[in-house]
Design a protein around this ligand. Structure first.
Ligand code: NAD
Ligand code: LMR
Length: 331
């Protein structure tokens, strides 16, 4: 048995936390040989609920769960942590956009970025889920100047999984028959779900589907608006599917992506890939190996995808301007 790794979950008593913690403890993210210590952060009013969740975790007698830390102190939650999963933040309600949360949630990621910088393990990897995820990730990263930028990501895996499902349903195949879907840009209504490079049973998806009107008028808006559609039906934002996407994201990064396929992650646009300016957190197709990701380079876009990428880029630049005062001193 390997020695345990430390996994921090913020907002651990929330809706997503209630699915996520049990799947982490069951070994779904890191595999059946990797024990974990769960370090769970909450705000003081939610500490009692968190204790209840911890009781349930105990009652599962998970063989891989070696210890638990319950705290309302970010310094304790991030101490020596290897994986920081930043979920804790307000969700949007009906009629809101995710960016409406920016001034409420943004400040959370200033303190947590600093606490990660001061306390986390040297190999820490950070995934931001709390919305608006891309810009919150930028805030956390800019307040953690000693942690390499490539360790930060925001979650677009839920959008990726949603896109895979829509394509599989349309083509009448199983989700495992669909590869190389891409989500570009912001985890927002401007995101760019892209099937132009996708394969269905190894054949080019646009040809297999053969219905460009469906791609533009149904596929893209359905994926872009899926979070809102869930809120309208459920009365709360997606939680179990979000937790599942966190597990998928972490597993891809920790254990690698399959040969010939890729996944979507929002990562720092450091290299100016695809003409995106530096200094925002932008979703790209990536491959992962040995705990690191590489952006898939050299894909050619049809004009309409290029135009959509410009729109989502401009939105991210506007979000960045709104939180300029929360960005740390990192160059
Ligand atoms: P929730 O309200 O059920 O839970 C959030 C939890 O965070 C609460 O228990 C709250 O006490 C806690 N919290 C608030 N501030 C905190 C802080 N400073 N430190 C630690 N904990 C804090 O919400 P949820 O449904 O679990 O969603 C959490 C966030 O994830 C929301 O912002 C939601 O919009 C976002 N989300 C993102 C995606 C994505 O794909 N990126 C998907 C689903 C949800
Ligand atoms: C989602 O995509 O389901 C989440 O970001 C929650 C939301 O506000 O839509």
């Amino acid at each position: 048995m390997k020695s345990p790794i430390r996994v921090t979950v913020t907002g651990a008593a929330g809706q997503i936390g209630y699915s996520l913690l049990f799947r982490l403890a069951a070994g779904d993210a890191f595999g059946p040989e990797q024990p974990i210590i769960l370090q769970m952060l909450e705000i003081p009013p939610a500490m009692q609920a968190l204790k209840g969740v911890a009781m349930e975790l105990e009652d599962c007698a998970f063989p891989l769960l070696h210890d638990m830390v319950l705290t309302d102190d970010p310094a304790v939650a991030f101490r020596d942590t290897n994986w920081a999963l930043l979920v804790g933040a307000k969700p949007r309600g009906k009629g809101q956009e995710r960016s409406d949360l920016i001034r409420d949630n943004g400040p959370i990621f200033v303190g947590q970025g600093r606490a990660i910088n001061e306390n986390a393990a040297p190999d820490v990897r950070v995934l931001v889920v709390g919305n608006p995820a891309n810009t919150n990730c930028l805030i956390a990263m800019s307040n953690a100047p000693d942690v390499p930028k490539e360790r930060f990501a925001a979650m677009t895996r839920l959008d990726h999984n949603r896109a895979v499902n829509q394509v599989a349903k349309k083509a009448g195949v199983h989700v495992t028959d669909v590869q190389r879907i891409a989500i570009w840009g912001n985890h927002s209504a401007t995101q760019v779900p892209d099937l132009n490079h996708a394969l269905i049973r190894g054949e080019p998806a646009p040809q297999v589907i053969g219905d460009e009107t469906w791609v533009r008028d149904t596929f893209i808006p359905t994926v872009q608006q899926r979070g809102k559609a869930v809120i309208e039906m459920r009365g709360h934002s997606s939680a179990a599917s979000a937790a599942n996407a966190i597990i998928d994201h972490v597993r891809s990064l920790a254990l690698g992506t399959p040969e010939g396929d890729w996944v979507s992650m929002a990562v720092p646009s450091e290299l100016g890939e695809y003409g995106v300016p530096e200094g925002i957190i932008f979703s790209y197709p990536v491959t992962c190996r040995d705990g690191h990701y590489s952006v898939v380079n050299g894909l050619e876009h049809p004009d309409y995808i290029g135009e959509m990428i410009e729109v989502t880029t401009q939105e991210l630049l506007r979000e960045r301007a709104v939180v300029e005062d929360l960005l740390g001193s990192r160059p």
